[in-house]
Design a protein around this ligand. Structure first.
Ligand SMILES: C[S@@+](CC[C@H](N)C(=O)[O-])C[C@H]1O[C@@H](n2cnc3c(N)ncnc32)[C@H](O)[C@@H]1O
Length: 200
């Protein structure tokens, strides 16, 4: 569902998602703070590469972007042709050990929640100690749901912020930043929680 939906809205998504919102830039800077110049950041569910990959490259690091949407990945390739872009699901992608940071930004919550810990485990396993990852999770306890964007349907599921922090602790990470980007409104908006974690 999500793959076709993102392919269908690629142009609208690219137009809407060009700049950082909230403290996104601060979170990304926190990841880059432990990634040496020239090192590579893994971006799982990278979308068009804007603004995240674009900023990573502007700060002197490289990007390996992974996304299941051919249309969004094509835009990313056009935006940043020097970087590596892989058409794959997050579930199927097997990272090697060449990364010094990772993003799962606004992407993990499109997968069933029972898939989140295994994916986080393979990402954390691939990172060296001291490297950081950033991710968003839903901001409240609720069953999986669907919502619409630009007329298309998308599925969402998430562990709570506390459960997500516990998962990261089990995986040997400590939390550097953990804060709400927006609070749940008790209705359509389930809230969104940002995490920057460091592999201990
Ligand atoms: C809300 S967008 C966020 C894109 C980008 N991370 C950003 O911050 O703008 C979600 C992205 O996750 C990708 N995605 C969703 N499910 C995926 C999956 N199972 N495997 C790989 N990519 C996926 C979508 O194609 C889309 O590019």
């Amino acid at each position: 569902m999500n793959r076709e939906s993102y392919n269908l809205i690629a142009a609208q998504w690219a137009a809407a998602r060009a700049a950082f919102c909230g403290r996104e830039r601060d979170y990304l800077e926190a990841v880059l703070a432990t990634a040496p110049a020239g090192s590579t950041i893994l971006d799982l569910g990278c979308g068009t590469g804007r603004p995240m990959a674009e900023h990573i490259v502007a700060q002197g690091r490289r990007v390996l972007g992974v996304d299941q949407s051919e249309a969004l990945l094509g835009i990313a390739r056009g935006n940043l042709p020097t970087e590596r872009w892989v058409l794959s699901t997050m579930q199927a992608f097997e990272p090697d050990r060449s990364f010094q940071g990772a993003l799962l930004w606004d992407s993990l919550f499109h997968l069933p929640r029972d898939e989140h810990e295994p994916i986080l485990r393979k990402v954390v396993d691939a990172l060296p100690p001291g490297a950081r990852l950033m991710l968003t999770v839903g901001g409240s306890a609720h069953p999986a749901f669907t919502d619409t964007m630009f007329g298309q349907t998308f599925s969402y599921d998430s562990n709570t912020p506390d459960e997500s922090r516990q998962i990261l602790a089990r995986l040997g990470c400590h939390i550097v930043i953990g804060e709400f980007m927006n609070l749940p409104d008790g209705g359509r908006d389930k809230g969104r929680y940002a995490i920057v974690a460091e592999k201990t």
